[in-house]
Design a protein around this ligand. Structure first.
Ligand SMILES: Nc1ncnc2c1ncn2[C@@H]1O[C@H](COP(=O)(O)OP(=O)(O)O)[C@@H](O)[C@H]1O
Ligand SMILES: [Mg+2]
Length: 383
């Protein structure tokens, strides 16, 4: 009797949990659709249902809903004061990023060491201060697009367990001409007040615009404000800058950063790790991995991540097709084979993975004329 009651209780519990879980997709859908009314209703239902088993989570959800209702800032419940806004348009000047678990970026050993050094310094901040040494609190990342600057900034925030605010100087601050200096000041004020990480993405936007003859005065002032604010920023805050164009960056701003770290396109070992992470369970079952690694030499980490996503999608959609064939076909869409050796090799590889493939099929997959494919397949010197 008691036993059957327990089973009943457990079943009830599971039913309640299922009902609660059912709310999550509704909430996600409403959030994506900007449907604030449904977000509000579902959040309150969720908060109430979680009250008994997860009182802290329930309290936080209901607090956010209550803050929203009275027009207060929704970030109040994570101890972040309302975000700064432009005085006239009332547009928010920053994005608050709560830190979420992030896998480490795949970088060269040297860059990884530099990040680890920075993290270590931050963990020893008190020791540094006791010895009268100022710990570093700023770093600049530079490198071509897609090497992982933004991703690394998010990962750093996660490792340091600090909230991060992002300012895209190109699209926000500098578009409020006349008020940019004031806006920069507000952003720094906010950073200081909340002891958080300030991420200045595309920081070169200021230096770039300084060359713009039409508005030299305003932008010169802006750089001066930035320099002064960076100098005044206490070590409890962190400033991370990122740029794709280090050559355009104002040298004084550059010098103001404690560290500058160059992120490069991934070398062979890093590409291997990127494919291993990106292709997940399919990595070990693919025969063409070494070809993918060799031929992705000029790709950025972001390109390789994208390539892996394309390959995985194709694998799911074409269950009966060779995964190596699909992988190489996707690679061909993203990179061009320049030398004849490369073209010969890729044609032979496709033929080996799909023996009954037609010349036309190879031609369409690789983007090489059919006559050339036929010729390449006859080449004897291919090993
Ligand atoms: N070094 C890396 N390690 C792992 N993933 C990376 C790396 N670099 C880029 N990515 C992937 O590519 C995406 C875009 O990279 P991003 O950080 O925006 O590049 P950047 O800011 O340098 O232009 C990231 O969200 C991440 O998924
Ligand atoms: Mg970026």
């Amino acid at each position: 009797m008691v036993y059957s009651l327990c089973i009943k209780c457990r079943e009830n519990q599971e039913v309640i949990q299922l009902l609660t879980l059912d709310l999550i997709p509704k909430l996600v859908r409403a959030a994506y659709a900007d449907d604030v009314k449904t977000v509000d209703t579902v959040s309150i239902m969720l908060g109430r249902k979680l009250k008994k088993d997860y009182p802290d989570v329930s309290k936080e959800i209901l607090q956010i809903a209550a803050d929203y209702k009275v027009g207060a800032d929704v970030y109040r419940s994570i101890d972040i004061s309302p975000v700064p806004v432009d005085r006239e348009t009332h547009d928010s000047l920053v994005n608050v990023e709560e830190n979420v678990e992030t896998e480490p970026p795949i970088l060269s050993a040297d860059v990884e060491d530099q990040f680890e050094d920075f993290i270590k310094e931050r963990s020893l901040i008190q020791k540094f201060l006791q010895e009268g040494i100022r710990p570093s609190n700023s770093l600049l990342m530079y490198g071509s697009p897609g090497v992982g600057k933004t991703y690394s900034a998010r990962w750093l925030a996660y490792r340091l367990q600090m909230p991060m605010i992002t300012v895209d100087l190109a699209s926000t601050i500098s578009s409020y001409l006349g008020r940019s200096g004031q806006n920069i000041k507000s952003v720094f004020e906010y950073t200081k007040r909340n002891n958080i990480i300030l991420f200045l993405d595309e920081i070169d936007a200021i230096a770039k615009k300084r060359d713009d003859e039409t508005d030299l005065g305003e932008l010169k002032r802006l750089v001066n404000v930035l320099l002064k604010e960076m100098e005044d920023c206490p070590t409890s805050c962190i400033i991370i800058g990122a740029t794709n164009h280090p050559e355009l960056l104002d040298r004084a701003v550059w010098r103001r950063f404690d560290r500058s770290i160059e992120l490069g396109v991934p070398a062979e070992g890093e590409r291997e790790k990127l494919f291993k992470r990106g292709l997940d369970k399919w990595y070990d079952t693919m025969s063409c991995i070494s070809f993918l690694i060799a031929k992705s030499a000029s790709m950025s980490a972001a390109d390789i991540c994208r390539l892996c996503d394309h390959i995985k999608r194709q694998i799911i959609m074409n269950e009966s097709t060779s995964i190596d064939y699909l992988a190489i076909k996707e690679l061909c869409h993203m990179c061009h084979f320049r030398t004849k050796d490369e073209k010969v090799k890729v044609c032979h590889l496709l033929k080996s993975y799909v023996p009954n493939i037609s010349i036309r099929g190879i031609s369409e997959s690789v983007g090489i004329p059919q006559a050339s494919v036929a010729r390449y397949l006859k080449e004897d010197d291919y090993e």
